[in-house]
Design a protein around this ligand. Sequence first.
Ligand code: YH5
Length: 276
Amino acid sequence: MHWLTTRFDIDLTQPRVMGIVNVTPDSFSDGGRHAGTAQALAHCEQLLNDGAHILDIGGESTRPGAQAVPLEEELARVLPVLEAALRLGCPVSVDTQKSEVMRAALALGADIVNDINALQTPGALDVVAGHGRCGVCLMHMRGTPASMQARPAYDDVIEEVGEFLRWRGQVLEARGVASGRIVFDPGIGFGKSPEHNVALLRRQRELLTLGRPLLVGWSRKSTLGVITGRGVADRQSASVAAALAAVQHGARIVRVHDVAQTVDALKLWSVAGLPG
Ligand code: YH5
């Protein structure tokens, strides 16, 4: 099984680690745009040294309740880091919901569009289908980052997430995007209660019947805090364990902050002979 992207056919016969690069003012210094870009690029290099296979660059804070970032600001944050990261020799994804950011990122040569809104924003589908050669991660979200924690309700969260992803996959394929370019993500924490997120982990295998590889992001998310009683700075062990559990239940790509720890854990996992 491979994930076809702009420059790379990513072999998914072994689990892949996507390293998170947040290009937001709270992540890298406010010593000006150039200093922020240099720090973000150094972070990209660190993640690759730690064993990341894919870098995911995002300039929009999507934590529950976060404010929207204006287009010009997101472009100014993301594009300089993306341009430099594209020279590091690994697949690079851009984490955005905005069609204009997708368009600019693909013009620079971005390998993957990672959209928490599954290309439902006006224009996004046109940009990705018009390019036709990038990889795409389609994620399920209920509501918007501003509203999504307001009592999310599902009859059956697995069924509803699965139906949504199946529909978005069909929409993309109808627009000519090859199925080999598309991966699915259940969207841990996006309009789901802790119980919903746990159900998506325990029953994650059911989503494999959709026939696409699964990418999952548990790293540092609040459900891990609910389970362990720990604040966001102390969720590393739980994040690594969640990544391993997701791989055991069939995920092919894990999106993580703590790349070195996750890569080590996956190395042990693979020699232990516990199949994904
Ligand atoms: C994802 O799951 N998540 S941004 C709240 C936190 C910690 C982390 C402290 N982009 C995903 O990482 N893209 C984000 O609480 C994503 N899948 C994909 N494909 C949110 C995030 C986070 C939020």
